[in-house]
Write a protein of this length. Structure first.
Length: 147
């Protein structure tokens, strides 16, 4: 009996961990943008997490992380969201990260693309909103409701 316990412990420690998709979770602040994304891109697998973090450097507004098990997480810099980003920049940030995580898009050099490498100013985003949407969803899209 004494010998069985160490053998059992050795066996269970060698079993590969079975990847499991953690439940989807999206912070309430992101839900209107996620809903808009889903209505414009219905094939998206919506199993992902979107949450605030205090661990990003100030120059990074958000990030898409794809884990080894395939789980996708969008993290958003809480300080930037609360203190720096305006309404249009928040919409841009969430749709930008969803473009990375759920559509597999890489950054674009086009300054009027949702996947550009920087966060445009509020006026640029508001005035060129349709071009930004078209860059992500193609010629047929529905704008998110205005605030």
């Amino acid at each position: 009996m004494r010998l069985l316990l160490p053998i059992f412990l050795l066996l269970i420690s060698c079993v590969k961990e079975i990847p499991n998709l953690r439940p989807s979770y999206q912070d309430e602040a992101f839900k209107p943008y996620i809903s808009c994304f889903k209505q414009n891109y219905p094939p998206a697998d919506m199993r992902f997490r979107a949450q605030f973090t205090d661990d990003l450097p100030p120059e990074i507004d958000g990030q898409c992380i794809i884990h080894e098990d395939g789980q996708k997480t969008i993290i958003v810099n809480r300080l930037q969201w609360d203190n720096k980003l305006g309404y249009w920049q928040r919409e841009f940030l969430i749709l930008h990260e969803l473009g990375h995580c759920l559509m597999g898009l890489e950054h674009s050099e086009d300054p009027l693309s949702f996947i550009t490498t920087y966060t445009p100013d509020e006026v640029t985003l508001r005035v060129n909103r349709e071009q930004f949407y078209e860059s992500l969803f193609g010629p047929i899209f529905e704008l998110c409701p205005l605030k």
